[in-house]
Design a protein around this ligand. Structure first.
Ligand code: HEC
Length: 148
């Protein structure tokens, strides 16, 4: 009776693939949450909840720059349609409108690069954060799904 063993093996392989994809979902969510936290640190200074601090600005923009670099590989093909146990999930449109999704990544990356060279004080931070925020929102609007 060799057959049940093979079937079990195939099942296990299948499960391995699924869990690797679930890891990809988790990874994307972790990267986005870190991005959210660091954008929040910038926004807190803009709102006046925290004093302007160049070191925090530099560190947060460095994280956002990392996000921009990670984004092109953050949503691998096999992730399409996978369930998310989080409040948000990735829209299938990411894999259907690849060129547009890539354009959103490029727009976002540019806002971060621009901010890195322009932000030197509170006034320049206040000018840059809404531009970055618009790039986040521009992508989320189409490619992020909020659970109802
Ligand atoms: C090119 C597209 C894109 C850009 C740019 C982008 N995001 Fe996202 N973000 C997504 C997608 C897709 C999801 C949904 C992924 C998921 O939750 O599975 C997401 C999810 C999130 C989440 C929810 C994570 C969770 O699961 O709880 C936060 C917070 C977030 N993004 C913050 C940001 C911030 C802040 C920026 C800008 C600084 C940003 N994102 C830029 C595509 C993008």
């Amino acid at each position: 009776m060799i057959r049940p063993v093979i079937v079990a093996g195939v099942l296990l392989l299948g499960l391995g693939a699924v869990s690797a994809q679930q890891d990809a979902v988790k990874n994307a969510q972790t990267v986005m949450k870190t991005t959210g936290k660091n954008t929040g640190a910038l926004a807190a200074m803009v709102k006046g909840d925290k004093p302007y601090d160049q070191a925090t600005v530099d560190a947060s923009l460095a994280v956002l720059e990392e996000t921009a670099k990670k984004l092109p590989a953050l949503f691998p093909e096999g992730m399409k349609g996978l369930p998310s146990d989080d409040d948000y999930s990735a829209s299938p449109k990411i894999w259907e409108n690849k060129a547009d999704f890539a354009a959103h990544i490029a727009t976002f990356a540019k806002t971060v690069t621009d901010a890195k060279s322009s932000v030197k004080d509170l006034a320049t931070l206040k000018a840059a954060v809404p531009v970055i925020g618009k790039a986040c929102g521009g992508c989320h609007e189409t490619y992020r799904i909020k659970k109802s």
